[in-house]
Design a protein around this ligand. Sequence first.
Ligand code: XIL
Length: 346
Amino acid sequence: STLKDAFQKKFLIGTALNAPQIMGRDSATMQVVKTHFNSIVAENIMKSGMLQPREGDFRFDLADQFVEFGEENNMRIHGHTLVWHSQAPRWFFTDEEGNEVSPELLTERMRKHIYTVVERYKGRVHSWDVVNEAILDDGNYRNSKFYQILGKDFIKLAFQFAHEADPDAELYYNDFSMSQPGKREGVVKMVKELQEQGIQIDGIGMQGHISLEHPEIEEFEKSIQAFSELGVQVMVTELDLSVLPSPWNRDAGANISDNVDYQNKMNPYPDGLPDSVEEAFDDRYLEFFKLFIKYEDEISRVTLWGVNDSNSWKNGWPIRGRTDYPLLFDRENKAKPIVEKLIRVA
Ligand code: XIL
């Protein structure tokens, strides 16, 4: 059996692809993608800095190939991401004189970027992360360039433009730390405001960058409930499970570079995961998937942030050079024991 077949009646099982896979340089990984997944998202190549590195200079080669692969394999294609403060090109926020853009010019640039990208894939890309990571853990708006220049209206504008460009596309808000009570409340408030203004928003993506300790699953569940009560779909996006110690203790406000103990743990498992860690890894994934199954009517898609451990961003984040084991397939593209366990609980 396969993951996508096992979960077919519950939710889509997605994965993220990068340039090497899309360009056909990694056929072993692509075989796993075709076997186990029925939805794809681009991990990087549809971000604004990649699609429009210079003003008006759109680069669609890789994105086109990504969309073609999804269509050839009958996959649900998700677009990530239209408006995000990170991996956005610098020119976006600067005018011809090198000054900060005016609200009018930034609005025009957002409109042009969103129209060009969304119209190109109209009817082919099913859904878009229209805005990514606009709210902080405490529920306040992130003080990004978009927010500094346009205030919170940049969110509304982005959703409007995306809807105008493809009225049939599903439009989502996506963010991390969604289990934090402050962020949960901030997102609920923001979505309600959009709904009250008649703006179409179809779903909320909860990034699932979890670790063995964080977050508390009860808090994650509360957010699934709170978001689905808004009448929108809930997606678990960007799921991966780090087995390495967290570099900081957010609550204590500790700084990553002060954490000497962490620095010494770049590759604590050179011979692979010890049984005890693998057991904790399996239990943690199972616990989360059981929660997703409990909310199968609310959750429409669960997307892993990558296919195998060798192509996971977790090896390079939050600091470079770690060796992590966050995904469902190992560095040789072999299914880990967790895959069979997930298929059994589905
Ligand atoms: C990450 C990618 O995985 C990395 O390859 C890249 O270097 C940085 O971005 N939140 C998001 C994703 O919405 O786009 C980020 O992806 C991870 C955090």
